[in-house]
Ligand binder design. Structure first.
Ligand SMILES: Cc1cc2nc3c(=O)[nH]c(=O)nc-3n(C[C@H](O)[C@H](O)[C@H](O)COP(=O)(O)OP(=O)(O)OC[C@H]3O[C@@H](n4cnc5c(N)ncnc54)[C@H](O)[C@@H]3O)c2cc1C
Length: 333
């Protein structure tokens, strides 16, 4: 149990809550805390916000190379999706996937538009890789690679669980001892994403997104049909087995094998440029059942993200939101 008297004293010092990770989960938590007038600072190691809701540009071609679409089945997430729709940030989409009983959503200019929209009025410091968390007598110290030290009243960790475990390892000796068992339950598939620019339209059927039952690939999307790319371009996702098997294979060979698997969806178009991106953590296939986990520390230290609750974009959002709501309740706001 948290000692509420101590925590309320922290808030009087007006130290921010620090959120590690500006993916959808961290941003959802930040928005909720800011709405409750709690100061928040988000730190992310990336050059932009969004984490795995990633969009890459290359000349006139644009690729969604992480998450391809998302569901909005819960009212909490639907509210935000409606807000984003009203601002022209998202639109419904009906990709060809096994469970297509309800619409999915995409960013109108790419998936990264969604986290950018959520981050608009938040304080997010980019290119800040957190390497250590230290418990001081009445506050947290969050330390980055460049040895910047940020003081915090509470810390929310929203990075993939294996990375959170690395962070806890590096923080050993500066944290009280507590079990890390819930984080060990979470596991992610790796995923190679092949990004190919074409000289003309692909053969991917409308509306430009198709789940595949091939041993090497699970997905192909035509970013032009999706409406995000001026030039025809496809994103191909490798299967978990293929990605695991080829962790150390020459990237050129990986590209060849993936192109071979989707040739029918590409030819007669020709690939004019291609690149590969490797996601060490893509989809969480083993998750902690609850939407977040709170460590047994005197000062609030919570863990969330898509490894908790229902997973994927919507689950990560709900995880962040629930963590923030829990913290607000504990702080008596
Ligand atoms: C290839 C692929 C395909 C996918 N397809 C779909 C899909 O179609 N639909 C769907 O719903 N979901 C999909 N997903 C999953 C979805 O993208 C994630 O579930 C969701 O985006 C996770 O959000 P998050 O905030 O939990 O984590 P992340 O988005 O990973 O955010 C974590 C953030 O933490 C930052 N970070 C990490 N370590 C540190 C550190 N030490 N210090 C500071 N910052 C740090 C990272 O830079 C990142 O921005 C896919 C993912 C991938 C990779």
């Amino acid at each position: 149990m948290l000692d509420l008297r101590v925590n309320i004293a922290f808030m009087r010092k007006n130290l921010p809550v620090i959120i590690i990770g500006a993916g959808i989960s961290g941003l959802a938590a930040a928005r909720c805390l800011v709405a409750a007038n709690i100061p928040v600072l988000v730190l992310d190691k990336g050059r932009g916000v969004g984490g795995r809701m990633a969009t890459r540009r290359s000349g006139d071609a644009t690729f969604d190379h992480g998450a391809q679409f998302f569901s909005a089945r819960t009212s909490d997430f639907q509210r935000v999706v409606e807000e984003a729709k009203y601002s022209g940030i998202v639109q419904p989409w009906w990709p060809k996937i096994p469970d297509n009983t309800h619409s999915r959503w995409i960013g109108t200019t790419g998936m990264n538009a969604v986290p950018k929209f959520l981050a608009e009025s938040l304080t997010v410091l980019k290119e800040k890789r957190v390497t250590q968390i230290q418990a001081q007598s009445d506050e947290w110290h969050v330390i980055t690679e460049e040895l910047d030290v940020y003081q915090a009243s509470a810390v929310l960790v929203t990075i993939p669980a294996p990375q959170a475990l690395e962070l806890l390892d590096k923080s050993a000796g500066h944290l009280p001892e507590f079990s890390h068992a819930p984080l060990h339950q979470i596991a992610y598939h790796p995923c190679f994403a092949l990004l190919a620019i074409l000289d003309r339209a692909s053969n991917v059927p409308a509306p430009g997104g198709l789940a595949l039952e091939h041993k090497n690939v699970t997905w192909i999307a035509d970013n032009y049909q999706k409406g995000i790319s001026k030039q025809p371009s496809v994103t191909v996702h490798a299967s978990p087995i293929f990605s695991q098997l080829h962790l150390h294979t020459d990237p050129d060979l990986v590209e060849e094998k993936l192109l071979e698997a989707v040739v029918d969806y590409i030819e007669p178009a020709k690939v004019v440029q291609r690149q590969i991106h490797f996601w060490r953590y893509s989809l969480a296939y083993e998750r902690y059942a609850e939407p977040f986990w709170q460590a047994k520390t005197e000062l609030p230290l919570l863990f969330g993200g898509d490894g908790f609750g229902t997973g994927n974009v919507e689950g990560a959002f709900l995880s962040g939101l629930t963590m923030a709501e829990q913290l607000i309740e504990k702080l008596g706001r």
